[in-house]
Design a protein. Sequence first.
Length: 335
Amino acid sequence: MAPQPASALADGFGRRITYLRLSVTDRCDLRCRYCMSETMRFLPRADLLSVEEMALISERLIARGVRRIRLTGGEPLTRRGLPDLAHRLGYLLATSPLEEVTLTTNGTRLAQHAALLADVGVRRINVSLDTRDAALFRHITRTGDLGHVLDGIEAARTNGIRIKINMVALAGLNDQEFGTMLRWCGDEGHDLTLIETMPLGVVEEDRTDRYLSLETVRADLEGSFALRPSTHRTGGPARYFELAGTSTRLGLITPMSGNFCEGCNRIRLTADGQLTMCLGHEDYVDLKTAYRDGGMAGLDAGLDEALRAKPPRHLFEIGRGIAPSTARHMSATGG
Ligand code: SAM
Ligand code: SF4
Protein backbone atom coordinates (compact mmCIF):
# COMPACT_ATOMS: atom_id res chain seq x y z
CA MET A 1 0.00 0.00 0.00
CA ALA A 2 1.34 3.47 -0.85
CA PRO A 3 2.28 5.58 2.20
CA GLN A 4 -0.21 8.21 3.32
CA PRO A 5 0.71 11.88 2.83
CA ALA A 6 3.18 12.75 5.56
CA SER A 7 2.36 15.13 8.40
CA ALA A 8 5.27 17.05 9.91
CA LEU A 9 6.78 15.67 13.09
CA ALA A 10 5.95 17.83 16.12
CA ASP A 11 5.71 16.81 19.77
CA GLY A 12 3.13 17.65 22.44
CA PHE A 13 5.07 20.80 23.37
CA GLY A 14 5.02 22.20 19.85
CA ARG A 15 8.67 21.35 19.12
CA ARG A 16 9.30 20.49 15.45
CA ILE A 17 11.53 17.46 14.94
CA THR A 18 14.03 18.13 12.18
CA TYR A 19 17.13 16.26 13.32
CA LEU A 20 17.80 12.51 13.48
CA ARG A 21 20.73 10.93 15.25
CA LEU A 22 21.14 7.52 13.73
CA SER A 23 23.19 5.04 15.73
CA VAL A 24 24.47 2.59 13.14
CA THR A 25 26.10 0.29 15.69
CA ASP A 26 26.50 0.21 19.47
CA ARG A 27 29.94 -1.41 19.06
CA CYS A 28 33.17 0.47 19.38
CA ASP A 29 36.89 -0.11 18.96
CA LEU A 30 37.64 2.11 21.98
CA ARG A 31 36.46 1.93 25.60
CA CYS A 32 36.41 5.53 26.82
CA ARG A 33 36.21 5.44 30.60
CA TYR A 34 33.34 7.94 30.93
CA CYS A 35 31.31 6.25 28.16
CA MET A 36 31.44 2.49 28.70
CA SER A 37 32.92 -0.16 30.94
CA GLU A 38 35.88 -2.24 29.92
CA THR A 39 33.67 -5.32 29.65
CA MET A 40 30.79 -3.66 27.81
CA ARG A 41 28.26 -6.09 26.30
CA PHE A 42 26.96 -5.26 22.87
CA LEU A 43 23.76 -6.07 21.00
CA PRO A 44 23.65 -9.35 19.07
CA ARG A 45 24.26 -8.52 15.39
CA ALA A 46 21.06 -10.35 14.44
CA ASP A 47 19.04 -7.70 16.33
CA LEU A 48 20.30 -4.78 14.29
CA LEU A 49 18.36 -2.92 11.65
CA SER A 50 19.73 -3.62 8.20
CA VAL A 51 21.32 -0.77 6.30
CA GLU A 52 18.39 -0.89 3.92
CA GLU A 53 15.93 -0.45 6.81
CA MET A 54 17.96 2.44 8.19
CA ALA A 55 17.81 4.18 4.83
CA LEU A 56 14.10 3.49 4.44
CA ILE A 57 13.25 4.82 7.91
CA SER A 58 15.42 7.88 7.19
CA GLU A 59 13.51 8.46 3.97
CA ARG A 60 10.18 8.39 5.77
CA LEU A 61 11.50 10.74 8.45
CA ILE A 62 12.65 13.15 5.75
CA ALA A 63 9.16 13.06 4.25
CA ARG A 64 7.91 14.04 7.71
CA GLY A 65 10.27 16.97 8.20
CA VAL A 66 13.73 15.72 9.19
CA ARG A 67 16.39 17.84 7.48
CA ARG A 68 19.61 16.73 9.17
CA ILE A 69 20.93 13.26 9.89
CA ARG A 70 23.97 12.56 12.05
CA LEU A 71 25.47 9.07 11.92
CA THR A 72 26.79 8.01 15.28
CA GLY A 73 27.10 5.03 17.60
CA GLY A 74 29.10 3.32 19.10
CA GLU A 75 31.71 3.96 16.49
CA PRO A 76 29.85 4.40 13.19
CA LEU A 77 32.91 3.66 11.05
CA THR A 78 33.12 0.13 12.50
CA ARG A 79 29.79 -0.89 10.92
CA ARG A 80 30.55 -3.02 7.90
CA GLY A 81 27.64 -1.63 5.88
CA LEU A 82 28.64 1.97 6.50
CA PRO A 83 29.79 2.69 2.92
CA ASP A 84 26.46 1.36 1.58
CA LEU A 85 24.50 3.49 4.07
CA ALA A 86 26.62 6.55 3.24
CA HIS A 87 25.80 6.10 -0.46
CA ARG A 88 22.08 5.72 0.25
CA LEU A 89 22.03 8.85 2.40
CA GLY A 90 24.13 10.68 -0.19
CA TYR A 91 21.42 9.83 -2.73
CA LEU A 92 18.75 11.25 -0.40
CA LEU A 93 20.89 14.37 0.08
CA ALA A 94 20.89 14.89 -3.67
CA THR A 95 17.25 14.01 -4.36
CA SER A 96 15.16 14.88 -1.28
CA PRO A 97 14.70 17.86 1.09
CA LEU A 98 17.41 16.40 3.35
CA GLU A 99 19.93 19.24 3.88
CA GLU A 100 22.83 17.64 5.70
CA VAL A 101 24.44 14.33 6.58
CA THR A 102 27.10 14.48 9.28
CA LEU A 103 28.96 12.03 11.46
CA THR A 104 30.35 11.80 14.98
CA THR A 105 33.39 9.55 15.07
CA ASN A 106 36.33 8.71 17.27
CA GLY A 107 38.48 9.10 14.15
CA THR A 108 40.38 5.81 14.39
CA ARG A 109 39.16 4.69 10.93
CA LEU A 110 38.61 8.09 9.39
CA ALA A 111 41.70 7.91 7.20
CA GLN A 112 40.13 4.93 5.35
CA HIS A 113 36.68 6.54 4.99
CA ALA A 114 37.26 10.29 4.53
CA ALA A 115 37.23 10.26 0.72
CA LEU A 116 34.00 8.25 0.58
CA LEU A 117 32.30 10.57 3.09
CA ALA A 118 33.32 13.63 1.09
CA ASP A 119 32.13 11.94 -2.11
CA VAL A 120 28.61 11.34 -0.82
CA GLY A 121 28.27 14.93 0.36
CA VAL A 122 29.42 15.00 4.00
CA ARG A 123 30.79 18.52 4.54
CA ARG A 124 31.50 18.56 8.27
CA ILE A 125 32.07 15.98 10.97
CA ASN A 126 32.69 15.82 14.70
CA VAL A 127 35.78 13.99 15.85
CA SER A 128 35.93 13.12 19.55
CA LEU A 129 39.33 13.87 20.99
CA ASP A 130 39.66 14.43 24.72
CA THR A 131 43.41 15.01 24.73
CA ARG A 132 46.35 15.38 22.35
CA ASP A 133 48.68 13.67 24.79
CA ALA A 134 49.26 10.15 23.43
CA ALA A 135 49.69 8.48 26.84
CA LEU A 136 46.65 10.18 28.34
CA PHE A 137 44.66 9.35 25.19
CA ARG A 138 45.54 5.70 25.66
CA HIS A 139 44.54 5.93 29.33
CA ILE A 140 41.16 7.60 28.69
CA THR A 141 40.23 5.35 25.76
CA ARG A 142 41.91 2.27 27.30
CA THR A 143 43.02 1.06 23.85
CA GLY A 144 43.38 4.01 21.50
CA ASP A 145 46.31 5.11 19.34
CA LEU A 146 46.33 8.90 19.03
CA GLY A 147 48.32 8.74 15.76
CA HIS A 148 45.44 7.01 13.94
CA VAL A 149 43.02 9.75 15.00
CA LEU A 150 45.35 12.56 13.94
CA ASP A 151 45.86 10.83 10.57
CA GLY A 152 42.08 10.60 10.21
CA ILE A 153 41.63 14.29 10.98
CA GLU A 154 44.24 15.15 8.37
CA ALA A 155 42.57 12.91 5.78
CA ALA A 156 39.20 14.55 6.42
CA ARG A 157 40.70 18.00 6.07
CA THR A 158 42.47 17.01 2.82
CA ASN A 159 39.08 15.89 1.49
CA GLY A 160 37.54 19.27 2.26
CA ILE A 161 35.55 18.19 5.33
CA ARG A 162 35.31 20.77 8.13
CA ILE A 163 36.16 19.38 11.55
CA LYS A 164 34.76 20.03 14.96
CA ILE A 165 36.63 18.46 17.84
CA ASN A 166 34.40 17.14 20.65
CA MET A 167 36.13 17.14 24.03
CA VAL A 168 34.42 15.87 27.18
CA ALA A 169 35.58 17.94 30.19
CA LEU A 170 37.01 15.50 32.73
CA ALA A 171 38.24 16.75 36.11
CA GLY A 172 41.64 15.32 36.98
CA LEU A 173 42.16 13.95 33.47
CA ASN A 174 42.14 16.61 30.74
CA ASP A 175 41.32 19.73 32.76
CA GLN A 176 44.77 21.23 32.12
CA GLU A 177 44.36 20.93 28.36
CA PHE A 178 41.43 23.11 27.35
CA GLY A 179 43.72 26.05 26.52
CA THR A 180 46.20 23.99 24.49
CA MET A 181 43.37 22.24 22.62
CA LEU A 182 41.68 25.56 21.81
CA ARG A 183 44.98 27.05 20.60
CA TRP A 184 45.63 23.99 18.41
CA CYS A 185 42.12 24.18 16.94
CA GLY A 186 42.68 27.90 16.25
CA ASP A 187 45.94 27.12 14.43
CA GLU A 188 44.44 24.21 12.45
CA GLY A 189 41.12 25.86 11.58
CA HIS A 190 38.98 23.34 13.50
CA ASP A 191 36.08 24.18 15.79
CA LEU A 192 36.08 22.90 19.35
CA THR A 193 33.09 21.84 21.43
CA LEU A 194 33.42 21.09 25.12
CA ILE A 195 30.85 18.73 26.68
CA GLU A 196 29.86 18.16 30.30
CA THR A 197 29.98 14.49 31.30
CA MET A 198 26.49 13.00 31.62
CA PRO A 199 25.26 10.18 33.88
CA LEU A 200 24.37 7.61 31.20
CA GLY A 201 24.88 3.94 31.97
CA VAL A 202 27.09 2.35 34.59
CA VAL A 203 30.84 2.64 34.14
CA GLU A 204 33.61 1.69 36.57
CA GLU A 205 34.04 5.26 37.85
CA ASP A 206 31.65 7.54 39.73
CA ARG A 207 31.28 10.37 37.22
CA THR A 208 30.87 12.82 40.12
CA ASP A 209 34.65 12.77 40.44
CA ARG A 210 35.01 13.80 36.82
CA TYR A 211 32.23 16.36 36.46
CA LEU A 212 33.26 19.92 35.61
CA SER A 213 30.86 22.79 35.00
CA LEU A 214 31.69 24.43 31.69
CA GLU A 215 30.74 27.82 33.09
CA THR A 216 33.88 27.59 35.23
CA VAL A 217 35.94 26.33 32.28
CA ARG A 218 34.75 29.21 30.08
CA ALA A 219 35.56 31.78 32.76
CA ASP A 220 39.10 30.32 33.00
CA LEU A 221 39.57 30.34 29.22
CA GLU A 222 38.49 33.98 29.04
CA GLY A 223 41.58 34.80 31.14
CA SER A 224 43.79 33.74 28.19
CA PHE A 225 41.61 33.97 25.05
CA ALA A 226 39.43 36.66 23.47
CA LEU A 227 36.05 34.89 23.17
CA ARG A 228 33.09 36.72 21.65
CA PRO A 229 29.56 35.28 22.09
CA SER A 230 28.25 34.17 18.69
CA THR A 231 24.72 33.75 17.35
CA HIS A 232 25.92 30.75 15.28
CA ARG A 233 23.75 27.61 15.57
CA THR A 234 24.20 24.18 13.97
CA GLY A 235 20.87 22.62 14.93
CA GLY A 236 22.45 21.09 18.05
CA PRO A 237 22.41 22.22 21.68
CA ALA A 238 25.80 24.00 21.76
CA ARG A 239 26.20 27.72 22.51
CA TYR A 240 29.06 29.26 20.56
CA PHE A 241 31.85 31.77 21.04
CA GLU A 242 34.21 33.10 18.37
CA LEU A 243 37.92 32.92 18.99
CA ALA A 244 39.22 36.34 17.94
CA GLY A 245 41.66 36.36 15.03
CA THR A 246 40.70 32.83 13.87
CA SER A 247 37.83 31.05 12.08
CA THR A 248 37.46 28.79 15.13
CA ARG A 249 34.30 28.60 17.16
CA LEU A 250 34.22 27.31 20.71
CA GLY A 251 30.97 25.48 21.52
CA LEU A 252 29.75 24.61 25.00
CA ILE A 253 27.28 21.76 25.60
CA THR A 254 25.99 22.13 29.14
CA PRO A 255 23.30 19.52 29.82
CA MET A 256 24.10 19.61 33.52
CA SER A 257 24.73 23.29 34.31
CA GLY A 258 22.46 24.89 31.69
CA ASN A 259 19.39 23.03 30.44
CA PHE A 260 18.63 23.46 26.74
CA CYS A 261 15.68 21.09 26.31
CA GLU A 262 13.07 23.67 25.36
CA GLY A 263 14.70 24.01 21.93
CA CYS A 264 15.04 20.24 21.39
CA ASN A 265 14.52 19.33 17.74
CA ARG A 266 15.85 15.78 17.72
CA ILE A 267 15.10 12.11 17.97
CA ARG A 268 17.48 9.18 18.16
CA LEU A 269 17.25 5.79 16.50
CA THR A 270 19.31 3.02 18.07
CA ALA A 271 21.05 0.39 15.96
CA ASP A 272 18.36 -2.15 16.88
CA GLY A 273 15.54 0.15 15.89
CA GLN A 274 14.43 1.74 19.16
CA LEU A 275 13.32 5.31 18.67
CA THR A 276 14.28 7.28 21.78
CA MET A 277 12.85 10.72 22.26
CA CYS A 278 15.25 11.91 24.94
CA LEU A 279 18.80 10.97 25.89
CA GLY A 280 17.84 11.26 29.56
CA HIS A 281 14.78 8.94 29.61
CA GLU A 282 14.51 5.17 29.25
CA ASP A 283 11.33 5.23 27.14
CA TYR A 284 11.42 4.21 23.52
CA VAL A 285 9.18 3.03 20.71
CA ASP A 286 10.16 -0.19 18.96
CA LEU A 287 10.21 1.14 15.41
CA LYS A 288 11.83 -2.00 14.02
CA THR A 289 8.87 -4.18 15.04
CA ALA A 290 6.39 -1.45 14.08
CA TYR A 291 7.87 -1.39 10.57
CA ARG A 292 8.45 -5.13 10.14
CA ASP A 293 4.89 -5.96 11.28
CA GLY A 294 3.03 -2.99 9.84
CA GLY A 295 5.04 -1.63 6.91
CA MET A 296 4.91 2.09 6.25
CA ALA A 297 1.61 2.53 8.15
CA GLY A 298 3.17 0.78 11.16
CA LEU A 299 6.20 3.02 10.91
CA ASP A 300 4.05 6.16 10.86
CA ALA A 301 1.99 4.92 13.83
CA GLY A 302 5.22 4.24 15.75
CA LEU A 303 6.50 7.72 14.98
CA ASP A 304 3.25 9.31 16.13
CA GLU A 305 3.31 7.31 19.34
CA ALA A 306 6.88 8.44 20.01
CA LEU A 307 6.02 12.09 19.42
CA ARG A 308 3.23 11.91 21.97
CA ALA A 309 5.69 10.47 24.47
CA LYS A 310 8.51 13.00 24.01
CA PRO A 311 9.13 14.43 27.51
CA PRO A 312 9.68 18.14 28.15
CA ARG A 313 13.25 17.72 29.41
CA HIS A 314 15.89 15.35 30.68
CA LEU A 315 16.19 14.63 34.40
CA PHE A 316 19.95 14.25 34.67
CA GLU A 317 21.42 14.45 38.11
CA ILE A 318 25.02 14.00 39.00
CA GLY A 319 26.30 13.59 42.55
CA ARG A 320 28.03 11.09 44.75
CA GLY A 321 25.96 7.95 45.11
CA ILE A 322 23.34 9.02 42.57
CA ALA A 323 22.71 6.20 40.12
CA PRO A 324 23.05 6.98 36.41
CA SER A 325 19.95 8.74 35.07
CA THR A 326 19.51 6.06 32.43
CA ALA A 327 20.76 2.48 32.34
CA ARG A 328 21.41 2.99 28.63
CA HIS A 329 24.90 4.16 27.71
CA MET A 330 25.50 7.05 25.33
CA SER A 331 27.09 4.52 22.96
CA ALA A 332 23.78 2.62 22.71
CA THR A 333 21.47 5.63 22.34
CA GLY A 334 23.75 7.39 19.90
CA GLY A 335 25.67 10.42 21.12
N1 SAM B 1 32.23 6.79 18.98
C1 SAM B 1 31.94 8.07 18.44
C2 SAM B 1 32.70 9.16 19.13
O1 SAM B 1 33.25 8.91 20.21
O2 SAM B 1 32.73 10.27 18.61
C3 SAM B 1 30.46 8.41 18.43
C4 SAM B 1 29.64 8.00 19.60
S1 SAM B 1 30.07 8.77 21.13
C5 SAM B 1 28.88 8.03 22.23
C6 SAM B 1 29.45 10.42 20.85
C7 SAM B 1 29.95 11.49 21.81
O3 SAM B 1 29.43 11.21 23.09
C8 SAM B 1 31.46 11.56 21.96
O4 SAM B 1 31.90 12.89 21.72
C9 SAM B 1 31.69 11.17 23.40
O5 SAM B 1 32.80 11.82 23.93
C10 SAM B 1 30.40 11.57 24.05
N2 SAM B 1 30.07 10.85 25.29
C11 SAM B 1 30.05 9.52 25.53
N3 SAM B 1 29.64 9.26 26.78
C12 SAM B 1 29.39 10.44 27.36
C13 SAM B 1 28.93 10.84 28.65
N4 SAM B 1 28.63 9.95 29.60
N5 SAM B 1 28.78 12.16 28.89
C14 SAM B 1 29.07 13.09 27.93
N6 SAM B 1 29.49 12.79 26.69
C15 SAM B 1 29.66 11.47 26.41
FE1 SF4 C 1 33.51 4.51 21.75
FE2 SF4 C 1 32.74 7.00 21.31
FE3 SF4 C 1 32.07 5.75 23.60
FE4 SF4 C 1 34.61 6.44 23.19
S1 SF4 C 1 32.87 7.83 23.37
S2 SF4 C 1 33.85 4.44 23.92
S3 SF4 C 1 34.82 6.21 21.04
S4 SF4 C 1 31.38 5.22 21.60
